[in-house]
Design a protein around this ligand. Structure first.
Ligand code: KIV
Ligand code: ZN
Length: 528
């Protein structure tokens, strides 16, 4: 059962997106950005459609000051905020840094919880109240747009918070931010706090209530959305949830929850959602912090389906397993991953998408080989499938086929190998010795089948990415004055070499001479 919506929450409210990727996000260990990189992110955030950009903490360092100053001078169409502790030096520095902005905001904060007052600030509640009053008034001399944050609000005494926020409003604050600084609150508790403050803070109706959550217990997005339901109209977020410790509320999660569940949250943002994936890629590329594969909205697997039942549903109607359209958030489309859970329908579809049509009998054989491959490989791409089917077609009816092989390699590259092959329905064994395992195995094949030929060209390539990639060997041999090609595919290049060699030998037996080496197999891994 849902809690009733807080009184005064209007349908279709505009929720302001305050992005703090360049301030709280940049506080992520290892996420430091250069000034040029910050400008690049700032431009992307403007294009994304955010409302307020917290560009940095100008008093933190000359570099931070300069970055905020140049962002403020450059970006248009958004408010630019500079963070400042509640002291005159910080506020003056922030004011200087954002002065050139089209719309300048000073965001000043001080802690209000007894834990912070006693152990960090060593100030009394009264001293903090006086400081808030004086510093908001000071900030107000530089800009009309002043945001005040009560750090550690969620562990602060509620009635003291009412007093602090009331003083901030009286001093001229236009936005009141209620941070869950240590990621401690829960959705119902946070919603109740927002409602409590909205009902009791003097002048609450004239200011914006803002929420700022951290993800220490994995509840940042849930807490933010609960607060929106309770009447907050500004959300403080970062791209992919970057930020101190476990991070901040993730921008894309809140934006897409509002867009997808407007019925629950009564709010819309001005975000151009189709830019969410490109912006997350940009930020991840510049910070070097990878986005986890299963991250909601922007993770590599966010729209990937492997289970056969899911793929079957998806092929019938996308809405069976997708609540958002991947193209709406910037993906090219749905990704049907072929793996061992895909089932025959998913396999057949993937082959068709890759342009391969097989009759029922060949499809069944290919499917069995696919299951073996899928057991060995983490994910099977379209390139794997094409290579697998190519290899199967190559081997069909081949007069010389591999049964089993073994190779041992010692120091200095010398190797021995043994092989058993089927030639015309009979088994032949052979041993070989050579410079490397491939060389030894090809000699073993020569000794087993006795088809004279000369190896003219040999290439090996990984046709699929990753450590467990399939290796494809293409080679060309000369025999009886003609040229014969062969391709072989396996996760082991020694085996792929043997298969390619036997394919060429089979052509010699069949007299299927060719001078054309087939082109490379292209990798297709995403279906729209
Ligand atoms: O988490 C926090 O309390 C903050 C404030 C500075 C708003 O980042
Ligand atoms: Zn924070």
């Amino acid at each position: 059962m849902d809690e009733p919506r807080a009184p005064g929450v209007r349908d279709g409210r505009r929720i302001l997106v305050f992005d703090t990727t360049l301030r709280d996000g940049e506080q992520s260990p290892g996420a430091t950005l250069t000034s040029d990189e910050k400008l690049e992110v700032a431009d992307a955030l403007v294009a994304l459609g955010i409302d307020v950009m917290e560009a940095g903490f100008p008093a933190a360092s000359p570099g931070d000051f300069e970055a905020v100053r140049s962002i403020a001078a450059r970006v248009k169409g958004v408010a630019v905020a500079g963070l400042a502790r509640c002291n005159a030096k910080d506020i003056e520095r922030a004011a200087q840094a954002v002065r050139g902005a089209e719309a300048a905001r000073i965001h000043t904060f001080i802690a209000t919880s007894d834990i912070h007052l006693q152990h960090k600030l060593r100030m009394s509640r009264n001293e903090v109240l006086e400081r808030v009053d004086a510093m908001v008034r000071l900030a107000k001399r530089f800009t009309s747009d002043v945001e005040f944050s009560a750090e550690d609000a969620t562990r602060s005494d509620r009635d003291y918070l009412v007093e602090v926020f009331s003083r901030a409003v009286a001093a001229g604050a236009t936005t009141l931010n209620v941070p869950d600084t240590v990621g401690y609150t829960t959705p119902p508790e946070y919603a109740a706090l927002i409602q409590y403050l909205r009902e009791r803070v003097h002048g609450a109706e004239d200011v914006v209530f803002s929420v700022h959550c951290h993800d220490d217990l994995g509840m940042a997005t849930a807490n933010t959305l609960a607060a929106v339901r309770a009447g907050a109209t500004q959300v403080e977020v970062t791209v992919t949830g970057l930020g101190e410790r476990a991070g901040n509320t993730s921008l894309e999660e809140v934006v897409m929850a509002l867009a997808t569940r407007g019925d629950r949250f009564d709010g819309r943002t001005g975000i151009h959602t189709e830019k969410l994936v490109p912006v997350s890629r940009l930020v991840s590329g510049l910070t070097g912090l990878a986005v986890q594969a299963n991250k909601a909205i922007v993770g590599e697997n966010a729209f990937a389906h492997e289970a056969g039942i899911h793929q079957d549903g998806m092929l019938k109607d996308r809405t069976t397993y997708e609540i958002m359209n991947p193209t709406d958030v910037g993906w090219e489309g749905t990704k049907l991953v072929v793996g061992k859970h895909s089932g025959r329908a998913g396999f057949r579809n993937a082959l068709q998408e890759a342009g391969v049509r097989l009759d029922e009998e060949r499809l069944n054989e290919a499917y069995q080989r696919f299951l073996e491959l899928a057991d060995r490989k983490k994910s099977v791409t379209a390139a794997d499938l094409i290579a697998l089917v190519d290899d199967q077609l190559e081997a069909e009816g081949a007069p010389v086929r591999l049964i089993r092989w073994n190779a041992n390699i010692g120091s200095g590259g010398s190797a021995t190998a043994s092989v058993v092959v089927d030639k015309g329905g009979q088994e032949f064994a052979g041993d070989g010795e050579g410079n490397g395992a491939v060389n030894a195995l090809l000699q073993a094949i020569d000794n087993a089948v006795g088809i004279p030929c000369e190896l003219e060209e040999y290439t090996v390539e990984a046709v699929t990415p990753g450590e467990d990639a399939q290796g494809q060997v293409r080679l060309r041999v000369r025999a009886n004055g003609g040229v014969y090609t062969g391709t072989g595919l396996a996760t082991d290049v020694v085996e792929a070499s043997a298969r390619a060699y036997l394919a060429a030998l089979s052509k010699i037996v069949l007299g299927a001479e060719t001078a054309v080496i087939p082109g490379p197999v292209s990798a297709v891994s995403r279906w729209t």
